[in-house]
Design a protein around this ligand. Structure first.
Ligand code: HEM
Length: 402
């Protein structure tokens, strides 16, 4: 291959490419401030969504991808450590910081020299694509702290999840030391980001489990519906003030400005659900399917009157615990379950909260009595401490290591 024929020889980063194509420009760097609704992001028109032009800064007080209005796609991966050498891991987190900041800006992870006999540093599948609001969110599990001899730094509230009623966890979807959540309004952008981060981490980490997913975000004016056809996320908090109350850890340790992520891979038995009459479906949640309004009310965001909801309905059981969490879940569909011949589909449930105990108490209440249990099975689980945001010049997880 001659120099000119080599695609990457041109060293054209994505931003340059887009400028040349006349569709890039400076992009719109989105801060995370402002009290825009979590899903209904009316400040930004649909044109930017179509162009994928908006960027979300990697640096900030908090990591992006937690209170960021949801994107259309997720690529979620849990990694196992292959080394417990602290310095090697600090280097990895520094490398990931460098890569992440470029990825969310829509640039190549690294520009190569002219040696065509080397593999390109960037795998290349996003050349010509905008950043599509890519966010990268990093966290570690309790086993990460143990393996690195950082047990002493384990915050008191970072306890292991207990066993929950009716769960049927599978080894292949549990455990792991590091989580990376990539969300973007384009599936290939999200996948590319994880692929390149893992490529950089080879030898130090291996993949334990991963899940891609999607959310019906549309033009961000409506709450997305899950695969049961119900609006999902209605009760989420939406303002900075509430995020402080619900999401961001209060502690003054390395989790300052961070959040705890609870993850569940939940199979949804769609065929059973689809045989269920509408009244039963609505009784399952205590909300009307079309409008999303709670029983006895007209509109989606009307206040829930618990006494009007069936005692075993999902919303009643979740709400009566009275401990808010921020849900940021994605649907998945993974082909056909070879044992049943039915859809292998469900929800990659993700919730952020300042104290994992809120999730634990809600799931304990739901696990026992939720009417929805007839239609779902929890098979994967994880709890991760997602660091506070990265300052320019700093690196992911710095406060934990120093
Ligand atoms: C496949 C699994 C699940 C489905 C399909 C589902 C669906 C829904 C739907 C449709 C709503 C009502 C609208 C809304 O406020 O978002 C809701 C509310 C809620 N869900 Fe779930 N959910 C699932 C799993 C979970 C899990 C595992 C938890 C936590 C342990 C949870 C916690 C909540 C909470 C806290 C609310 C809000 C209650 C309120 O304050 O009104 N959900 N869910």
């Amino acid at each position: 291959m001659t120099k000119d024929e080599n695609f990457f020889e041109k060293k054209m980063d994505r931003r340059e490419f887009l400028k040349k194509a006349g569709i890039g420009g400076a992009g719109l760097a989105l801060g995370l401030s402002g009290a825009s609704a979590f899903f209904a992001n009316k400040e930004h028109g649909s044109k930017q969504i179509a162009d994928g032009q908006e960027e979300i800064s990697f640096y900030g007080k908090h990591q992006a991808g937690i209170t960021t209005p949801m994107q259309k796609n997720i690529y979620f991966v849990v990694l196992d450590l292959r080394t417990t050498d602290k310095n090697e891991l600090i280097q990895l987190f520094k490398d990931w910081t460098d890569y992440s900041q470029k990825l969310v800006n829509g640039e190549l992870v690294k520009k190569d020299g002219s040696n065509a006999l080397l593999p390109p540093s960037d795998t290349g599948e996003t050349v010509g694509l905008n950043p599509y609001r890519l966010t990268l969110t990093f966290g570690v599990s309790a086993s990460f702290l143990t393996k690195l001899g950082l047990e002493k730094k384990r915050p008191k509230l970072f306890r292991d999840l207990p066993a929950f009623p009716k769960e049927q966890l599978r080894e292949q979807y549990t455990g792991g030391d590091i989580v990376i959540q990539a969300c973007a309004d384009d599936e290939q952008v999200a996948f590319h980001a994880v692929r390149n981060l893992i490529r950089k981490g080879r030898i130090k980490v291996t993949m334990k489990w991963s899940q891609s997913g999607f959310a019906a975000i549309g033009d961000r004016m409506e709450t997305p519906r899950n695969l049961f056809g119900f609006k999902d996320g209605t009760a989420n908090v939406t303002t900075e003030k509430d995020f402080d109350k619900v999401v961001w850890a209060d502690s003054n340790d390395w989790m300052k400005n961070g959040s705890y992520m609870a993850v569940r891979r939940i199979i949804m038995h769609l065929e059973t659900w689809d045989r269920t009459n509408l009244q039963e479906q609505e009784n399952t949640f205590g909300r009307y399917k079309e409008s999303g309004a709670p029983f006895g009310k007209q509109n989606e965001f009307d206040e829930v009157d618990l006494s009007l909801l069936p005692v075993d309905s999902h919303v009643r059981l979740a709400k009566e615990v009275d401990l808010p969490i921020l849900r940021r879940s994605y649907s998945y569909s993974d082909g056909i379950d070879p044992k049943t011949g039915q859809f292998d589909a469900g929800l990659l449930f993700i919730a952020f909260q300042k104290d994992p105990d809120s999730f634990v108490k809600i799931q304990t209440n739901l696990g026992a009595d939720d009417k929805m249990n007839e239609y779902v099975t929890h098979i994967g689980s994880g709890l991760f401490a997602c660091f506070g945001g990265v300052k320019e010049g700093g690196y992911i997880g710095q406060d934990l290591f120093e």
